[in-house]
Design a protein around this ligand. Sequence first.
Ligand code: NAD
Length: 297
Amino acid sequence: MAAIAFLGLGNMGGPMAKNLLAAGHDLTVFDLVEAACAALAAEGASVAASAAEAAEGADVIISMLPAGKHVAGTFLGDDGLLAKISKETLILDASTIDAATAKAVGEAAAAMGIDFMDTPVSGGVAAAAAGTLAFMCGGTAEAFERARLILEGMGSPEKIFHAGPAGAGQVAKAANNMLLAVHMIGTCEALAMGEANGLDPAVLSDIMKASSGNNWSLQVYNPWPDVMEGVPSSRGYQPGFMVDLMLKDLGLACEVADSCGLNNQMGKQAMAAYSAHQSDGNGPRDFSSILEWVKSQ
Ligand code: NAD
């Protein structure tokens, strides 16, 4: 079992840290919000007064922070953790951030002989609590073998992937969520078109699931209210996965696409659609509520 410093105990990091404690690891936690630290202390974690204090003597540092600037601020610069920790420490950044920052932190760590992996997750708050997250990892093969043992305490072993070198985990996450946004909107368009022409959305869903339009949104996340039990569309679009977070991820995906000169028209159209939907006050609602935007056009 490892001594782990866990930084960032929000909606995702809190339950992830809890699962690591349950797996028998020794955790020292830090968050800017005291109540978040207190909740983990109640589960048996030690609380540090700073990220540097948490990282002292840790075998592994895991960060689960909002954005690239928080990750860069934590690890880079004279005051950053890279300058303070031992070379044996393994760093796993599970935050969803821009691939450029992940690559920069990975390269800075490599230059100092420290193993860093970007390990963004898929699965959301429910999978974080259940310990069934998917991890897509960027870094060296050696770092991945070290990381796997720790990540299995928070995710499903069959969903832990080595995507490639530093930054590749973030690119994989951005690619997946861009595709998710596009097929969710396409699914909404198909269902709305069918319903406007007298079809039952449940019957049309079954037809498309058995045909070439089959996709994840139809299989497990049907956006039409009351076609499927237990999904956000059947509880007034309570998240789930918020429109605000989908827009964040689409922004990161479009940055990657632009950086390699790709004409990702579908991803950009999806971003424009989600942006308009957010402007109508839907940011905190589930991303499948984009059905309402489709029907209102
Ligand atoms: P959150 O806002 O609930 O939690 C972030 C936590 O980080 C907060 O508790 C905040 O106080 C803390 N924090 C900020 N700066 C810090 C610093 N410098 N040092 C220590 N702690 C600091 O966010 P979340 O929903 O837990 O998401 C975390 C990351 O996971 C984000 O990058 C998000 O995009 C990604 N993600 C979220 C979901 C989801 O469904 N919520 C799903 C997949 C990925």
